[in-house]
Design a protein. Structure first.
Length: 127
């Protein structure tokens, strides 16, 4: 299911995933919002920096949290974030984008450890 929405708006993300889950049980969520902009540091406004971070990282948080609300009780599903080289190293003119992708990578690692640990404990209790 696809739909245009503002990934920075909690209610829009929650509604989209609820609607998707109503069509078929949600098993995969892929977060792939483009926020790749190149601006020299001195030309990067606070507004630009914040919007890039909101799209690349905060929106990923919203999507993952809302998807997990459906997947965790069912003990199945996968949440994926698309990456970029910028998540490993910053380049000239990419302070906003690189920092947002670094943050998204950290978010993904934390979520994987938390939800993976939850799955590991469920698996251990069944064995």
């Amino acid at each position: 299911m696809s739909r245009a929405l503002d990934a920075r708006e909690e209610d829009e993300v929650a509604t989209f995933l609820r609607d998707a889950d109503q069509r078929a049980p949600l098993e995969v969520c892929i977060y792939n919002v483009g926020a790749n902009v190149n601006f020299p540091l001195l030309d990067t406004t606070e507004r630009l920096f914040r919007k890039v971070w909101e799209m690349a990282c905060y929106g990923g948080f919203l999507a993952a949290r809302e998807a997990a609300r459906y997947m965790v009780p069912r003990a199945r599903g996968g949440i994926f974030f698309t990456g970029a080289t910028a998540s490993m190293r910053g380049e000239v003119g990419y302070a906003a984008f690189a920092s947002a992708k670094f943050a998204l990578r950290g978010l993904a690692q934390s979520i994987a450890r938390e939800l993976g640990a939850e799955e590991d404990s469920r698996r251990a209790s069944r064995d």
